[in-house]
Design a protein. Structure first.
Length: 548
């Protein structure tokens, strides 16, 4: 017969079950019991960090949860924020990108309206009450109740999809146990997506809160500061890491409130391909807001708050599904509050948090833009249309400068491309992703560590499979095919989290960008130090946001 024992030990209790001794943590407002992820790891899953963002809290800043100690939570019920998927991403991109990489003919249609909207049943874990997080901790770290380094993961997905359980942290956390280290405490958070987290514009801001997704992330990071010690983590040794939209979110967190709200709730950051497709005009934001209400059949946000979750989820999926090629409809915006201006502008003006001497790794992939580049870019005269679609209120002389000076129709390789597709891909890479790393490099005095992921094909998000390499699990068309590079990347990440010094026995230590503006290049042939390709005049031009 199993009896339950509570042993007070640094705010942790241990429960005797029929299977094994599994710990219970006391968070004050709730009790949570672990599951055993492996012989060496505990997993505390689905821990609530915010009140349910429903009813009157829809489209507003998240708030801390209420106390509920009526039972011990086991995290057995999965939680996913309502997600949505653009038709272009689901039905066109893979075929198109494969045709470019393989040199075959693309036969699909670029007419998004010709494709049916996603009819896949909604994942049963989907719920608006989704502001939860997971904690994975080595058993020795938990039992010692020391002060282990902490890694907080913010997932990508274009700000419209993804969840905290997308990536299996087992391989990465176990890698942190190598070389005599105690290991890291890993945290993965959910945040609201699509219209639920990123509605913006003048009308929305009168009735709700723009950038609710950023505020979710901020609350989760503050939760880490308050509670991670219960799991054996040190709140003074927190590294936040993200890829794509996750890294773009971190860019906004570093520049949050223009640096005027005190130290960021982390000490280090790893930004992998910090992606943010500029949604810079208030008219764009207002149009998306009005379109969402029209799909719902209501006139005001207050009316939308009274509708069922099913109706809101369906409207969000419909609207995001019809996003133009390469776009997602939603994402962070400059709201004058948590984001007083665009991140690049704030970094240029020294309006960001560096009060606690943040240490950064910044990274981008070899070909970031291809996956977001429409097949229509095959036409030599398509580039001006791309620029006007991305920046609909751009002035004619600025558009001309982009199309004739920054990225002229010269295909001899002297500008970094030999085809019209390459021209479009480079421009998208610059303004949406890789120039963000240059902005950070220069804002932090080139004291950032930097690397580029160039294992072929080196496309956006390919490195995620390497970051979370787990003995070959999680295969994909562009998965972790080079184990050496996967282990080297995991070494760089875990050693940086633990010591602030990214090293690996599989290659040279990561270098600081420095006055010579260098980075480490991860290729299929190994690891080497090269000139940083983002240190260019194009990125300096984009940072000033001349398209406004």
């Amino acid at each position: 017969m199993c009896r339950q024992l509570y042993l007070l030990f640094a705010a942790a209790a241990y429960a005797c079950t029929a299977e094994a001794m599994l710990p219970i943590v006391d968070l004050g407002y709730e009790l949570h019991q672990a599951t055993s992820l492996s012989n060496s790891l505990y997993n505390f899953s689905n821990i609530r960090y915010a009140a349910p963002p429903v009813g009157d809290l829809r489209f507003r800043a998240s708030i801390p949860p209420q106390t509920d100690r009526s039972l011990v939570q086991t995290g057995s019920i999965g939680r996913i924020c309502p997600a949505a998927y653009p038709v272009w991403e689901e039905d066109i991109a893979l075929q198109w990108v494969s045709s470019v990489l393989l040199g075959t003919t693309f036969t699909g249609s670029t007419n998004i309206s010709s494709y049916p909207l996603d009819s896949t049943p909604v994942d049963p874990r989907t719920t608006e009450d989704c502001l939860f997080l997971d904690v994975v901790v080595p058993k020795d770290v938990f039992e010692k109740q020391g002060k282990a380094s902490v890694l907080v993961w913010i997932y990508g997905g274009g700000y419209v999809s993804g969840d905290k359980a997308n990536e299996n942290a087992k391989g990465l956390v176990e890698r942190s146990l190598q070389n005599g280290q105690d290991g890291i405490v890993y945290v993965a958070i959910n945040y609201r997506l699509g219209a639920f987290g990123w509605l913006a514009g003048p009308s929305l801001e009168r009735e709700g809160t723009a950038n609710a997704g950023l505020l979710d992330q901020r609350l989760a990071l503050e939760w880490v500061q308050k509670y991670i010690h219960v799991f054996g983590g040190d709140p003074d040794k927190v590294t936040v890491m993200g890829e794509s939209a996750g890294a773009g979110s971190i860019l906004f967190q570093i520049t949050a409130y223009g640096g005027a709200s005190g130290p960021a709730p982390f000490q280090q950051a790893i930004l992998q391909s910090p992606a943010w497709h500029p949604i810079v005009y208030k008219d764009q934001q207002e149009e998306a807001f009005r379109n969402f209400l029209d799909i719902l059949g209501v006139k005001t946000l207050d009316e939308a708050r009274k509708l069922s979750s099913e109706r809101l989820i369906a409207a969000n999926a419909y609207q995001v599904g019809q996003s133009s090629y390469g776009a997602f409809t939603y994402g962070p915006v400059a709201d004058g509050k948590i984001a007083p201006a665009l991140p690049g502008q704030l970094l240029l003006a020294n309006q960001f948090d560096n009060s606690n001497n943040l240490k950064l790794i910044v990274a981008h992939n070899y070909d970031e833009g291809l996956i977001f580049t429409s097949p229509d870019s095959r036409a030599n005269d398509s580039f001006p249309t791309l620029i006007s679609a991305a920046f609909p209120q751009i002035k004619a002389d600025v558009a001309k400068y982009i199309t004739q000076v920054l990225y002229p129709p010269v295909y001899n390789g002297s500008y970094g491309y030999t085809t019209s597709v390459g021209r479009a891909s480079l421009a998208i890479s610059d303004f949406a992703i890789q120039c963000n790393t240059d902005y950070l490099n220069r804002a932090f005095g080139n004291s950032t560590y930097a690397y580029m992921f160039s294992v072929p094909p080196g496309i956006h998000a390919q490195d995620t499979y390497y970051t979370f390499y787990n003995n070959g699990q999680g295969a994909s068309p562009f998965g972790a095919t080079n184990v050496t590079i996967a282990l080297a990347l995991q070494d760089y990440i875990t050693s940086f989290v633990q010591t602030g010094n990214p090293t690996s026995s599989y290659g040279p230590a990561l270098v600081k960008d420095g006055n010579r503006q260098r980075l480490v290049d991860l290729t299929s042939d190994g690891v080497s130090v090269i000139a940083d390709p983002t240190a260019n005049e194009r990125c300096r031009w984009w940072q000033g946001a001349p398209y406004l």
